[in-house]
Write a protein that binds this ligand. Structure first.
Ligand code: UD1
Ligand code: UDP
Length: 369
């Protein structure tokens, strides 16, 4: 059997981080050749990740436009990827998670009857608009896919509930943990956190939090900074201009509020490790924090990652100003409450997800012979 060509498509920061270990594993294998396609739904934030993991895409669709709509992203990925599929002739296309790049790429592959493998399959809130549009993107990709790499038994069970065939579902752990092993290999010293302060790391970007929810969280941050003089907030702010405008309007200036550009993933993981706790609406951070033993106040009403909540590391606090303020205050004043959340747990696997995905791919192609 000649080497199988596996096209790996991604476009945003989190997909690039979580697909980087898969690309590395494919590159190192005897059986497969990776063909990397970057949609560049995110330009700068994806490029940061490519540079950290030394990935040079075989194709770069360069689709990002400032203020792009979901329809823009879908249409551009669908049409440009179709040309790339014709040119690259992959035996399989791998997509990741829940972005619009992943959905449009899976659809393009399906139209050409090329099998799709879904990495990080089966996450669900079962609420159509939360997270929006990610919940539906995930369900749609799972309808289009032929192979499912579920991070946990719970996500595999979600797929079985939707009648996806058991033989096509593999519980592999999350490749986020594979990536974390790579970034933390050099130790954990952060140049960003102050040694004489307690550091809260803040990130926010989700569509359902644009507007009032984000404003309310920022007001809670203002209150925390004025009440706790030994606390600093480090906010590596997403490139989205809408998020930046809201931050400009609501966040009060303070020498202990450090609003910085998005960090390289290695620096970000080290900053999380050096922090007291994290406040975020991010998906990926909910997977990384349990392994690092860092409490996360999740600034969302729902989560498709209940494993970290069960492990005790994550608390779903929503976005109401008082609820966010009180939850953060509790972690700052109550050592027992803090200690209960700050325990390293590992619901997302042992960092071998990429290796397990390759085994499943080998078994799939062996069956096709
Ligand atoms: C996307 C994903 C979301 C994921 C998030 C990770 C979809 C629908 N959403 O949301 O699931 O959690 O990425 O961050 O796929 N921008 C830049 N430079 C960059 C990146 C973004 O300027 O490097 C700006 C652009 O103006 C862009 C805007 O941010 O229009 C929003 O980016 P977009 O990819 O549309 O959505 P996200 O909210 O980032
Ligand atoms: N991250 C990063 N730099 C930052 C903030 C986050 O590298 O300044 C990483 C983080 O560790 C996680 C991923 O980016 O792996 C999360 O991305 P994001 O929050 O944009 O998307 P989501 O995970 O919500 O889809």
């Amino acid at each position: 059997m000649g080497k199988k060509r596996i096209m790996v498509v991604f476009g945003t920061r989190p997909e690039a981080i979580k697909m980087a270990p898969v690309v590395a594993a494919l590159k190192a294998s005897e059986a497969f050749v990776p063909v990397v396609v970057a949609s560049a739904q995110h330009r700068e934030m994806m490029d940061q990740v490519l540079s950290t993991f030394h990935i040079v895409p075989d194709y770069d669709l360069d689709i990002m436009k400032v203020g792009q709509t979901l329809a823009d992203v879908t249409a551009r990925v669908l049409s440009r990827l179709t040309e790339v599929l014709e040119d690259g002739k992959p035996d399989m296309v791998l997509v990741h998670g829940d972005t619009t790049t992943s959905f449009a790429a899976a659809l393009a592959a399906f139209y050409m009857q090329i099998p799709v493998g879904h990495v990080e399959a089966g996450l669900r809130t079962w609420e159509k608009y939360s997270p929006f549009p990610e919940e539906l993107n995930r369900q749609l990709v799972d309808s289009l896919a032929s192979l499912y790499f579920a991070p946990t038994e719970l996500s595999a069970e979600n797929l079985r509930r939707e009648n996806h065939p058991d033989a096509a579902i593999f519980v592999t752990g999350n490749t986020a943990i594979d990536a974390l092993h790579l970034t933390m290999a050099g130790g954990a010293v952060s140049e960003f956190a102050s040694l004489d302060k307690r550091t809260i790391v803040l990130t926010m970007h989700r569509r359902e939090n644009w507007g009032d929810p984000m404003r309310h969280v920022f007001r809670a941050i203002n209150r925390l900074l004025s009440e706790f003089p030994d606390v600093e907030v480090i906010f590596p702010i997403h490139k989205n201009p809408l998020v930046r405008a809201l931050a400009d309007e609501e966040l009060l200036p303070s020498p202990r509020l450090k609003r910085i550009e998005p960090l390289d993933v290695r620096d970000f993981h080290q900053l999380m490790m050096a922090s007291t706790f994290v406040m975020a609406d991010s998906g990926g951070i909910q997977e990384e924090a349990p392994s690092l033993g860092k409490p996360v106040l999740v600034l969302r009403e729902t989560t498709e990652r209940p494993e970290g909540v069960s492990a005790g590391t994550l608390k779903l606090v929503g976005t109401a100003e008082n609820a966010v303020y009180e939850a953060a205050r509790e972690l700052l004043v109550n050592a027992d409450a803090y200690a209960q959340m700050a325990q390293a747990k590992n619901p997302y696997g042992d960092g071998t997800a990429s290796a397990q995905i390759l085994l499943a791919l080998s078994a799939y192609f062996a069956r096709q012979k």
